[in-house]
Design a protein around this ligand. Structure first.
Ligand SMILES: [Zn+2]
Length: 375
């Protein structure tokens, strides 16, 4: 759709060759391509859902799939600013990527896509592709799956698990230019809020998140906006070096020792915040460097084994209850048209048993109504 001038342009992160079509991997050097924009003005379209408020600097798609991802809060946790990615529909920043990928899949009319199993990312993507396409999830080693993974994925109904030792590269996996476009919206939100910090500190396993945020700031500059934030990627010694920041020399990489990461994890826990060691490392470095915002998933409550089913739904319920301050089962159900009301009652009941949500009774006329809220 649209004229050639509207088409998406991509450039290879390694060799810089430019491709006029949607070439997601450089055919010459095998590296990722990234979306490149020219003559785009940065605009915030508040009427657009989720991350699509930044549509002016996102890939052109004809149809958008959004489930309310993005616009996550900035919390002050123990004196450190935290952009808390827990407040996404499935509880992770992957939802930003899934929204772009699902929109791309829908706009291209793809009926099946193939992706490599990558835990949180795969759960998020399956959630976003419900009603859009079916997904073949490629598992490289069946021994790496536990029965809960199988359960979560197959329950989604649109997933086919495939065993393939070679784990053929999939264009719509986590490492994709579409993922970068979704994740970079974190930079736009930081800019839109005019956060008065000098740097953004990002946990880096592969480095894709740090790279994406860095690219978001570059895209803003290309659109004539001055958003001068430094990006710092953090890692724990021995975890292996993240790769992508190599293509963005101005990203500073800081490593923390296992001891320091552990201390930070325990300190956060004592302050009532549960998170993962890598997130704790970003928090620690933001605290040490000062004048920073850490982009992390904090406060995540791991579900006990055996009850992890409907993981995405549980996280979404918590998000709804946090946003609304409390809701009835019926009000919660209205957000999940794919589920039966009885199904939502069951999920809420088991969440209450596990102490994930609490409830109060309020009178409405002669009736007593049960309201659920976050404990
Ligand atoms: Zn190349």
């Amino acid at each position: 759709m649209g004229s050639n001038a509207d088409r998406n342009l991509l450039t290879c992160v390694n060799c810089g060759r430019i491709y006029s079509d949607e070439v997601l991997i450089c055919p010459i050097c095998g590296w990722l391509t990234i979306f490149k924009y020219s003559n785009r003005a940065f605009r915030v379209d508040k009427a657009e859902p989720g991350i699509w408020r930044y549509r002016s600097v996102l890939p052109k798609v004809d149809r958008v799939v959004s489930k309310g991802e993005g616009l996550t809060p900035v919390n002050n946790i123990g004196g450190v600013l935290v952009k808390n990615e827990r407040y996404n529909p499935t509880g992770t920043y992957s939802d930003r990527a899934s929204s772009v990928i699902a929109s791309y899949v829908l706009s291209k009319g793809l009926t099946t896509i193939r992706t490599k199993f990558e835990e949180d990312f795969t759960y998020s993507l399956t959630y976003y592709l419900i009603g859009v396409s079916s997904i073949e999830v490629v598992v490289g080693d069946p021994l790496s799956l536990d029965y809960l993974d199988v359960d979560i994925l197959l329950r989604a109904g649109n997933v086919k698990l495939i065993f393939d030792e070679n784990e053929k590269a999939s264009l719509l996996g986590y490492t994709s230019p579409l993922t970068i476009e979704g994740l970079k919206t974190i930079a736009f939100e930081i800019y839109e809020r005019r956060l008065r910090v000098e740097r953004v500190v990002v946990p880096a396993r592969t480095g894709l998140l740090a790279y994406s945020i860095w690219k978001g700031f570059r895209d803003l500059e290309d659109a004539g906006v001055n958003a001068s934030y430094e990006v710092v990627a953090t890692s724990i010694k021995g975890m292996g070096n993240p790769i992508l920041p190599e293509f963005a020399k101005s990203i500073k990489l800081v490593e923390i020792s296992r001891d320091e990461a552990f201390d930070s994890l325990v300190k956060l826990w004592k302050n009532g915040v549960k998170t993962k060691p890598l997130s704790a490392s970003a928090y620690a470095i933001a605290e040490n460097m000062g004048n920073s915002v850490a982009v992390v998933t904090m406060g995540f409550r791991p579900l006990s084994a055996g009850r992890r089913t409907d993981k995405g739904v549980r996280k979404e319920i918590i998000r709804i209850l946090e946003k609304s301050g409390g809701a009835t089962a019926y009000e919660v159900w209205k957000v999940f048209p794919a589920y039966s009301l009885r199904g939502i009652y069951k999920v809420l009941e088991s969440m209450e048993e596990m102490g994930e949500v609490c409830s109060d009774f309020k009178s409405r006329g002669k009736r007593k109504i049960k309201y659920y809220r976050v404990c």
